[in-house]
Design a protein around this ligand. Structure first.
Ligand code: AMP
Ligand code: ZN
Ligand code: FE
Ligand code: FE
Length: 270
């Protein structure tokens, strides 16, 4: 099936509302779209409704951040947003983000960058605040030339991760909570964990022990070697294959558009 299993909406740090995203996916000829916002299920009802109206299969997903590495993301698919443990985890993560936002404003101020939290929150439109919202405000006020510079200089530095970053659950909790909510679980963009192949294999083996179902083997930024390695890992550990663009909208990530990947999804959609 032609699918994109990794996308973000205004429910987190994406540009388009869930319905706009579904409409866009339909216009690109996709048959399956998974909405996978960061740490929230808020956009899923709207996306599912739009999917029914437009006859596009929408998978209720999300992308959780785990604590063991600065960028260690776990995707859940087919989750029940009302499952108590998942709902509780989302609430905790929202609180963690709100507190991080306060630290972020202070952290930036120390470096001579004064921005109003209210402006960042307005951009987020009442949804969870992500670092890309901060990046957009920094660009808007001319503190940095573009999003990339915002991350390089302020939002993805060693000091940011040490002093500002929010508490996150261990990967084991992410996997088990998504499974308990009835979901299937895939390891997102493994190269972003930033470890060598041997260590990555160890992570996959460990997560498989917690119930990991799949690896995100297709992703626009992979090299051919990375893709091959992830496909081999999936084979070796009996895991399914997922793929997605990580589309956030061109204003947030200018170089990424929706993907139409040919994926075998019998295990995921009925
Ligand atoms: P958050 O979950 O709020 O910490 O932010 C995660 C978002 O920030 C994801 O969309 C990432 O793609 C984006 N991000 C993280 N690091 C970078 C970076 N170095 N450059 C650009 N975007 C980044
Ligand atoms: Zn994002
Ligand atoms: Fe991610
Ligand atoms: Fe993502």
């Amino acid at each position: 099936m032609k699918a994109d299993l990794h996308t973000h909406s205004t429910a987190s740090d994406g540009q388009y509302t869930p319905s706009e995203l579904v409409r866009l996916a339909k216009s690109r000829g996709l048959e399956v779209l998974a909405l996978t916002d960061h740490d929230t299920t808020e956009g899923l009802a709207e996306a599912a409704q739009a999917g029914e109206a437009l006859k596009l299969r929408v998978i209720r997903g999300m992308e959780l951040s785990a604590k063991e590495y600065p960028t260690f993301h776990i995707l859940g698919y087919g989750i029940d947003p009302e499952a108590p443990a998942l709902a509780g985890l989302c609430q905790e993560m929202r609180r963690g983000r709100d507190e991080r936002s306060l630290r972020m404003v202070r952290f930036l101020k120390e470096q001579g960058v004064e921005i109003a939290l209210s402006e960042v929150e307005e951009l987020a439109g009442g949804s969870i605040v992500g670092r890309p919202h901060f990046a957009q405000v920094l660009v808007r006020h001319g503190f940095v030339p573009n999003n990339r510079a915002a991350f390089d200089r302020y939002l993805d530095t060693e000091e940011f991760h040490r002093r500002v970053e929010r508490p996150k659950p261990p990967a084991r909790v992410c996997v088990e909570t998504l499974k308990a909510a009835g979901g299937k679980v895939s390891l997102a963009h493994p190269y972003q964990i930033g470890v060598d192949d041997g260590a990555l294999e160890g992570i996959v083996r460990e997560l498989a022990g917690y119930g990991l179902d799949a690896i995100e083997c297709y992703y626009p930024k992979y090299t051919a070697q990375q893709q091959d390695f992830y496909l081999r890992l999936a084979e070796k550990y009996g895991l399914h294959i997922t793929g997605g663009s990580d589309f956030h909208g061109e204003k947030v990530k200018p170089d990424i558009s929706l993907a139409a990947l040919e994926l075998e999804l019998d295990w995921l959609v009925s």
